[in-house]
Design a protein around this ligand. Structure first.
Ligand code: PRT
Ligand code: ZN
Length: 295
């Protein structure tokens, strides 16, 4: 029955959309888009996809127009702070992409680099709720000035003295003669859902989706690491392997003092790690990607 399909809202185009489509794809879900491009359908699970502006996603999920959504934590938290009552949607899990920071920034020529420099100033921002909360927590009395876009030009236009804006590389602040002075909120994409219980069918689809997303996220940085090592170094190597459960130790043909160690590392494995493993006595180290993992 079509009304029992789980409806997921994702950003139509922008900084969240590629990551959202990639995540669904990694979950083995192919989205066929409708003619109007505002709607897509997944065949592998009973899921419909609605393509929206990111700002509309929290309220669409809250209002029952969608069941779940993928949105920046910055947008969801701001939406939550601007409501009098509890939000009808809740965050389920962080998704590890579209990372950015909401930062207070001031003109470069201001000499003093601490947040107190903002006392009594006007701060242009699209995030007045998060900005106000930070100012309150830090005992700084300043006035947020709401701007929907082009926040970074506000000081030059004398609309405000400073800004509170999303920063990723910092290039935009720099190009506008601004310097970051404090981090107000750290953000990444998150999965949100309506708090109200789903029907049994939707709940089953939601759980299947969650299981796949969890599998994708846990296997994203995970690597299968293999090496040979002196039997005496096994304990030190096991302790050193990043995010590994108990490794598998295998006999090596014709060598009594050496073994093969196989382990799943759940955290990123860097060149530095390999150097250290070599220092601990490991040789023939292989690091292999893991395509799928079901915890
Ligand atoms: O059209 P729609 O309303 O859907 O999209 P949008 O234009 O409102 O949002 P979009 O696509 O720009 O961003 C969606 C989400 O991506 C944001 O809510 C954040 O959670 C996240 N994100 C990650 C970012 C950035 N990085 C980012 N760099 N959102 C915005 N920016 C902007 C920022 O506002 C500033 O103008 O990029 C500029 C700064 O970038 P740097 O690299 O110069 O520091
Ligand atoms: Zn937006």
């Amino acid at each position: 029955m079509s009304e029992e399909r789980l409806r997921i809202a994702i950003q139509k185009s922008g900084r969240l959309s590629e990551g959202s489509f990639d995540l669904l794809k990694s979950c083995g879900l192919k989205v066929s888009r409708g003619k109007d491009k505002l709607y897509g359908r997944v065949h592998e699970l009973p899921i419909d996809v609605l393509l929206l502006r990111d700002d509309d996603i929290p309220s669409f999920v809250a209002d029952d127009a969608c069941d779940v959504g993928i949105v920046g934590q910055n947008v969801f938290e701001e939406d939550r702070l601007n409501l009098e009552q509890e939000h009808a949607a809740e965050a389920v899990m962080a998704l590890g992409f579209a990372r950015c920071k909401l930062m207070l920034a001031a003109p470069k020529e201001w000499t003093f680099d601490s947040p107190e420099m903002l006392e009594g100033k006007r701060i242009a921002t699209s995030y007045p709720g998060l900005t106000r909360l930070w100012l309150k927590e830090h005992g700084v009395k300043a006035r947020p000035v709401m701007m929907k876009g082009s926040v970074e030009v506000a000081p030059r236009l004398k609309i405000a003295d400073a800004v509170c804006d999303i920063v990723s590389t910092g290039a935009t602040l720099d190009a506008n003669g601004l310097k970051p002075v404090a981090t107000v909120f750290e953000s990444q994409a998150a999965l949100i859902r309506r708090r109200a219980p789903f029907s049994a069918e939707k709940q089953a689809t939601f759980e299947a989706l969650l299981k796949r997303i969890n599998g994708v996220i846990t296997s994203r940085d995970a690597k299968y690491v293999m090496m040979n090592a002196p039997r005496s170094a096994v304990a030190a190597i096991t302790e050193y392997l990043p995010g590994a459960d108990a490794p598998t130790i295998l006999e090596l043909a014709g060598a009594s003092d050496k073994v093969a160690i196989h382990a799943v590392c759940r955290e990123s494995v860097f060149w530095d790690h390999l150097e250290e493993l070599k220092n601990l006595g490991a040789s023939a180290i292989l690091v292999l990607p893991i395509e799928k993992m079901m915890p």
